[in-house]
Design a protein around this ligand. Structure first.
Ligand code: WTA
Length: 572
């Protein structure tokens, strides 16, 4: 095993050894940095922003923002004032109260970050929505959570089906020349005039903060509810895993529509008082390398799909930029191929550190952290304070090198506290009231390293984004030509998986290239571009159980030329 491990050094930078910490660590120690120790009350936005604005970090840059049109920098003191202004706008122009749900639905921009932090200062629960979501996806999330308000832009507002959302009382529009009425509020107009002072609402450590909707293999997207206490683990992992120091420039490439973009795109680094870069706009090799060079990014958190795209772009672009500021690189969201790690060693002379966690875990749990030797292909070991195991389907812990369910011992600080409106679903995640069962299959080797093997269920990971096949299938069934639909993830060298749909057509429709394109467009327009199938295969009939459930594993077996397995439950 030793020979396969990568060197401990990151370039000439020595990462810390946390071996002893892992043995002795208690979460109760980690929270001492926060104010609730003194007062019993807390607010994550205060801890992330105001605490530093009132310290020696007052004039330190908290956030660099760059896109095609804007290039800005905000110190911690400015972040405090801006988030206060946002809080005042949100409070003065809506009926939002503590615990109400406010969604943010817009491309990355400073105002998006001000709004999230401002809403949290009011004690509002924030539901981040990815900008690519179309009407159906927006409706499902707003109606399930009975959202009262949303912050969006004139370009996206048409995707909010107001007439079907009786609880939605206020739409804040971030743009120019907004016409106001009883529903619509001109965010920027009021923001300019708003007071930069705001009295933060003090919350309990178990008070909800964020509601991230995520996909499972069945049913509609589920609202994963997080609480204030998550900040303890977000800060602690930022120290151990991201290794952030006061002088670092940190760049997390994820959008706040996904959990990585809030936990580590906002909270981790800000709680640590570090400087973050937010890059707006879409991925491009040049703009990414340029951002690292121009801002002198030192710590970089991204995803395997992005690394594979950069890898695919070859050496040409690499020669144009000076990327020598980088000292630490991390990855999340999908299996990190050893090939990508090798590429990282070659072009950056750095190990890429894999991190494993989920929307439901709220923060990093299994990682290549500190100076832990890396075994390429393994996502590392549980961070101090986390207990992980491989369990069988009855919740019994399995010995090393046996494949099973990857599980985490219940009760870590960032653990989700509820599935919105769905206590049965929440309970179904836990086995014997002891283990949170992740839905991933994995094994642990004799040294305690975990190796990801795949999903236990049919959830698709495409370009690091989690897509529930049921949501796509439901949308496909709304297409007039389709009578049956089954959706699977098909392995893809760059994206990890792509979405492939098998469909059967109503009488009177014939398979064709045009129909295939039309179906793809339909899902793109109604659900989201990243959820649209890239491949469609027409079938006369789909494999179903006698109770009528589409057998996705049979579709997958067809696709991969594998044996179909047990067909005893299949209809004739
Ligand atoms: C997958 C993203 C392999 C996994 C933070 C998990 C990974 C799902 C890794 C959660 C990794 C995440 N190696 N697979 N390092 N990290 N995954 O909720 O299947 O969007 O269950 O959270 O991504 O995706 P989610």
């Amino acid at each position: 095993m030793e020979s396969k491990m990568l060197p401990v050094m990151q370039g000439d930078y020595q990462l810390q050894d946390y071996d002893q910490t892992a043995k002795e660590f208690q979460w109760s120690e980690a929270e001492k940095e926060f104010s609730w120790h003194k007062t019993g009350l807390i607010n994550i936005a205060y801890e992330a922003v105001d605490r530093h604005a009132d310290s020696y970090r007052k004039n330190k840059v908290a956030l660099y923002y760059k896109d095609a049109n804007r290039k800005e920098a905000y110190t911690f003191n400015e972040m405090k004032r801006m988030s206060n202004k946002a809080a005042n706008v949100l409070r003065n122009h809506s009926t939002l109260e503590k615990g109400d749900r406010l969604f943010v639905f817009m491309p990355r921009s400073p105002e998006l970050y001000f709004s999230i932090l401002g809403a949290l200062k009011m004690g509002t629960i924030v539901g981040p929505l990815f900008e690519a979501f179309m009407e159906g996806a927006v409706y499902d999330r707003l109606s399930d959570s009975e959202a009262k308000a949303i912050v969006t832009t004139p370009e996206l507002v048409g995707r909010i089906p107001v007439e079907k959302l009786p609880h939605l009382k206020t739409i804040f529009l971030v743009g120019e020349n907004i016409e106001e009425d009883t529903l619509h509020v001109d965010f920027m107009k009021h923001f300019k005039e708003a007071s930069p002072y705001f009295q933060v609402e003090w919350m309990e450590r178990e008070s909800p903060t964020l509601l991230h909707y995520t996909s499972g293999s069945t049913g509609k997207p589920k609202g994963v509810l997080h609480v204030q206490e998550a900040m303890v683990q977000q800060l602690q992992t930022t120290k151990w895993v991201m290794d952030l120091k006061d002088e670092d420039i940190f760049w997390c490439t994820a959008d706040p529509g996904w959990v990585t973009g809030t936990a580590y795109g906002i909270f981790g680094p800000m709680l640590a008082g570090a400087t973050s870069l937010i890059l707006g706009g879409r991925f491009s090799t040049d703009s990414w390398y340029e951002a690292i060079q121009d801002y002198g990014v030192t710590v970089w958190y991204s995803a395997p799909t992005a690394f594979r795209m950069l890898m695919g772009a070859g050496a040409g672009p690499l020669e144009k930029y000076d990327l020598s500021s980088l000292r630490h690189i991390l990855s999340v969201g999908e299996p990190l191929n050893p090939e990508v790690i090798r590429w990282g060693m070659e072009v950056f002379k750095l190990r890429i550190h894999d991190t494993w966690w989920m929307t439901e875990t709220g923060a990093q749990t299994i990682c290549n952290f500190g100076s832990l030797p890396i075994k390429p292909g393994s996502m590392g070991k549980p961070v101090p304070g986390i207990e992980a195991a491989i369990v069988d389907d009855r919740g019994q812990v399995l010995p090393p090198n046996r494949m099973g369910n990857l599980a985490i011992k219940k009760g870590w600080p960032a653990m989700m506290r509820a599935i919105w409106n769905n206590p049965e679903k929440y309970d179904s995640y836990f086995m014997n009231n002891e283990w949170y069962v992740s839905g991933d299959s994995a094994y642990m080797d004799e040294d305690g390293y975990f190796f990801f093997q795949g999903r236990v269920d049919d959830v698709i990971m495409t370009s690091g984004e989690r897509v529930g096949p049921f949501e796509v299938e439901s949308k496909l069934l709304e297409h007039p030509a389709i009578v049956e639909a089954g959706v699977i993830g098909k392995p893809d060298p760059v994206r990890g998986e792509i979405i492939k749909a098998f469909v059967a057509l109503h009488e009177g429709y014939e398979p064709s290239e045009e129909l295939s394109d039309d179906i793809k467009q339909f899902v793109k327009k109604e659900l989201a571009a990243h959820a649209a199938p890239r491949e469609i295969e027409f079938k006369d009939k789909l494999p179903k159980t006698r109770s009528g459930k589409i057998m996705r594993r049979v579709l997958k077996a067809w696709e991969l030329n594998l044996p179909e397995g047990d067909l005893s439950t299949m209809e004739d």
